[in-house]
Design a protein. Structure first.
Length: 173
């Protein structure tokens, strides 16, 4: 077994990959998907950032803050906030290609980020990150979906089935 971790969407056939875990809506209709669950989004910042820059008081004041997000073009910079009809368009102060890098930038006090619960559960519990504008994220939303995707001709491969049976009850989303 090999484990490859990347934020890029890979071609399963080209990369000789049996299963990929994807978050959000699926675009490729040739893949089969098994829903693994939902991972709620959180708008977060470090206590150090909030001490230095203050907390936004509303969605309308959010754009005046240092926002962390993904390199354009990225639909992940459209945050599903309740007060924004078609989502809030975040303009990242410091864009990245990696959710994990964005989390570390947030922990280091560089800005406010929208991150999935599975990535920051321990950070919230420890107080290393705190929620900003709690209750303002529209949920459920398409970015919360977590799915295993794979190619399947007619019957499910025993190794893919075994992997899905193993990982499904162990995920903390």
């Amino acid at each position: 077994m090999e484990l490859s971790a990347t934020d890029d969407i890979i071609n399963l056939l080209e990369q000789r990959t049996d299963v990929a875990i994807r978050i959000g809506e699926l675009d490729d209709s040739t893949l089969h998907a098994q829903v693994l669950g939902r991972s709620p989004l959180h708008l977060v910042a470090s206590p150090a950032y909030l001490i230095e820059h203050g907390a936004p008081s509303s969605i309308s004041t959010l754009q005046a803050h240092r926002l962390l997000g993904f390199m354009p073009p990225s639909r992940l910079n459209r945050w599903p906030l309740k007060g924004a009809a078609h989502g809030f368009e975040a303009t990242p102060f410091l864009p990245t290609t990696s959710g994990e890098v964005m989390r570390h930038l947030c922990l280091a006090g560089h800005g406010i980020a929208m991150i999935s619960r599975f990535m920051l559960g321990d950070d919230l519990e420890s107080g290393a990150l705190v929620e900003v504008l709690p209750g303002e994220i529209q949920s459920p939303n398409a970015r919360e979906q977590v799915q295993a995707v794979y190619y399947r001709n007619s019957t499910l491969s025993p190794r893919i089935g075994a992997f899905l049976d193993f990982i499904s009850p162990r995920l903390t989303l």
